[in-house]
Design a protein around this ligand. Structure first.
Ligand code: HEC
Ligand code: HEC
Length: 390
């Protein structure tokens, strides 16, 4: 078992090798090097990419064993995260977290509960998270960039000079203000990388079909029809193109970045079974303070479905090991006795899901359609322009 596990990890790591790409700007290249650098964790064994590995940009170990590995392991052995690692691909499109007056809804932000308004702010979290990369402080992350044992140190020194006009090798990182300014630059560069084509390539079969360069199988076509029809999936996983702030067209992202409680049951996984109830958006102290009725309890951000075939298991707690299981849940969640009770009973959405009456064949078609959303069907298509990001 252990051997198979190690082999699986090795194979997965071997497929995708980091390396500077000719098409990246120096800032994006710096961000990419930081994103893939395992030196920047306590045990020098974990990078952002460990939990966000291309092409799915989620945790490959979870995807390989979705029945048992539902949350990521930390840099320090025996520690685990509390939620399933989502994809980082297309995260750059999430608007800054805000209350939308017209819709009367919270929208956007990073993480399942949107608690970090921006990508740059998000990028400072994982290095210091005790359940993730476990570094003691920002200065320690910067120190690990220039530490001579890090084979990238020379390149980092060049890139910090080129991009930010600063001398990494000579910086006094004992000085908190200097250390924090450098740490800020690392987050800025990582966010810049997360906004590139490499992370949001729009290169799936779905995109090829839209461009007239491929055709769906009859099953995939049926799946798309059901996705937008009987399945009601497009009510939240929007399948229409969006508009960019600059006026350009953004291919569908399969999310509206709003929040909903699907009524997912509590995880029985030993790592999560004893965790406190996860209230999602409504569990954030800042939201709880302005939400006395608890209307946001149990709500989690609608995730993109791009690359969904590569990022098992599913749901914020990884409750569903396969796509078939989660679609079956949408199909029958409201049917008495079919599923264990929701972890958070308030605010469960029963209008747009729960008793869809999809047949087995229809469930399979929706799953087949979702598999067309995996990037890497071909090269990124020309003609799609990435917008100015939020
Ligand atoms: C140990 C695994 C792990 C590591 C290492 C890790 N992440 Fe994550 N990442 C997660 C988990 C789990 C979440 C969701 C947490 C939550 O919602 O509370 C997440 C969420 C995110 C999100 C939000 C995506 C969205 O759609 O809301 C981004 C962006 C992200 N991570 C980027 C990074 C970056 C950049 C790094 C490196 C600095 C990193 N992650 C390192 C596990 C990890
Ligand atoms: C009412 C809004 C809504 C509708 C309708 C909806 N979804 Fe979702 N979907 C969500 C939310 C919110 C989540 C995250 C919930 C959580 O983890 O607690 C989610 C999660 C998912 C996930 C798991 C994503 C991941 O990264 O783990 C898949 C797959 C999915 N939905 C597919 C579908 C399909 C297929 C349909 C139609 C049968 C559908 N959804 C209908 C809101 C919706």
């Amino acid at each position: 078992m252990y051997k198979t596990l190690m082999l699986a990890i090795f194979v997965l790591l071997a497929v995708v090798r980091p390396g500077a790409s000719a098409t990246l700007t120096p800032k994006e290249e710096l961000g990419k090097l930081l994103f893939f650098d395992t030196h920047l964790s306590k045990e020098k064994n974990q990078s952002c990419a460990t939990c966000h590995q291309p092409p799915g940009f989620a945790d490959p170990l979870n995807a390989a064993m979705p029945q048992t590995e539902v949350v990521s392991r930390g840099s320090v052995g025996g520690l685990f995260g509390v939620r399933n690692s989502p994809t980082v691909a297309y995260a750059a499109f999430s608007p800054h977290f805000h209350w939308d007056r017209e819709e009367g809804l919270f929208i956007g932000g990073q993480f399942w509960d949107g608690r970090e308004p921006t990508l740059k702010g998000q990028a400072k979290g994982p290095f210091l998270n005790p359940l993730e990369m476990t570094m003691s402080h920002g200065g320690a992350v910067v120190e690990s960039c220039r530490y001579p044992g890090n084979q990238l140190s020379k390149r980092y020194i060049e890139l910090f000079r080129q991009v930010y006009g600063v001398e990494l090798a000579e910086a006094n990182l004992e000085d908190r203000i200097i250390a924090s300014a450098f740490y800020d630059m690392t987050a800025d560069a990582i966010a810049a990388y997360e906004k590139t084509w490499e992370v949001s390539p729009f290169s799936s079969k779905y995109d090829y079909v839209q461009a007239g360069k491929a055709t769906f199988t009859p099953q995939e076509s049926l799946g798309l029809k059901l996705f937008n029809g009987k399945g009601l999936c497009n009510k939240c996983h929007i399948s229409k193109p969006g508009k960019s702030p600059g006026g350009g067209m953004i291919p569908p992202l399969f999310t509206d970045f709003t929040y909903d409680n699907l009524g997912i049951p509590r995880s029985m996984n030993p790592v999560l079974a004893k965790a406190p109830v996860d209230l999602g958006l409504g569990g954030r102290p800042d939201i709880a303070a302005i939400d006395p009725k608890g209307l946001q309890k149990g709500k989690f951000k609608v995730p993109t479905l791009r690359n969904i075939g590569l990022t098992a298991p599913y749901g914020h707690n990884g409750y569903f090991a396969t796509l078939t299981e989660i679609v079956e849940f949408y199909n029958t969640a409201g049917v008495r006795g079919r599923w264990p009770k929701p972890e958070v009973p308030q605010n469960v959405n029963r209008e747009e899901m729960g008793n869809l009456k999809l047949t087995k064949k229809e469930v399979a078609a929706i799953v087949a359609f979702m598999h067309t959303l995996s990037d890497g069907y071909g090269k990124p298509l020309s003609g799609i322009v990435l917008p100015p990001f939020p």
